[in-house]
Design a protein around this ligand. Structure first.
Ligand code: CU
Ligand code: ZN
Length: 177
């Protein structure tokens, strides 16, 4: 019993060291960018979206609260400008390669098209997705200086130019770091 209790702090110390090594590793190898999303006028959605370059892909990790339960359109938009009360200052979907709007995992799509956020009963959505169309810090798909938008409704991944996912409920400019 005594030795088990002693082992626990040692184990967690080892865990921290591992986590630190992982952090240092990603800092040296890949770039990272973050958007802090704030609600547009009349809405409550807010949260954080992180982009980490991982080889030829970008890992997108999101945690957004204050949503209505269910699916929400979720995209990288062209302009890093959330100044308009309704978020329209962010412009259209980030589309450096001139494609049509669509599902990010099959067929043509904008580089900025991401899988939908799905909020649980308490209005919280978590997402982790990989994108080979986006990049962090350099290249055509560079997300730094763009923005992230969360929409009120469902992205049908079909309607042009933006999937008909309704008003913009949250907006955040993507900054390096
Ligand atoms: Cu959008
Ligand atoms: Zn799109």
């Amino acid at each position: 019993m005594k030795s088990t209790r002693k082992a626990l702090p040692n184990l967690s110390a080892a865990f921290c060291a591992l986590a630190l090594a992982a952090c240092a590793g990603s800092g040296a190898g890949g770039s990272r960018a973050v958007a802090t999303l704030k609600p547009t006028q009349g809405n409550k959605a807010s949260g954080t979206v992180t982009f980490v370059q991982n080889g030829s892909e970008v890992r997108v990790t999101a945690e957004i609260a204050g949503l209505s339960p269910g699916p929400h359109g979720f995209h990288v938009h062209e302009k890093g400008d959330c100044s308009a009360a309704d978020g329209t200052s962010a412009g259209g979907h980030f589309n450096p390669s001139g494609k049509a709007h669509g599902h990010p995992e099959h067929g043509d799509h904008h580089a900025g098209d991401l899988p939908m956020l799905v909020a649980d009963a308490s209005g919280v959505a978590r997402l982790s997705a990989a994108s080979s169309a986006l990049a962090v810090g350099a290249g055509e798909g560079n997300v730094v200086g763009r923005s992230v938008i969360v929409h009120a409704g469902v992205d049908d991944f079909k309607s042009q130019p933006a999937g008909n996912s309704g008003p913009r409920v949250a907006c955040g400019v993507i900054a390096a770091g």
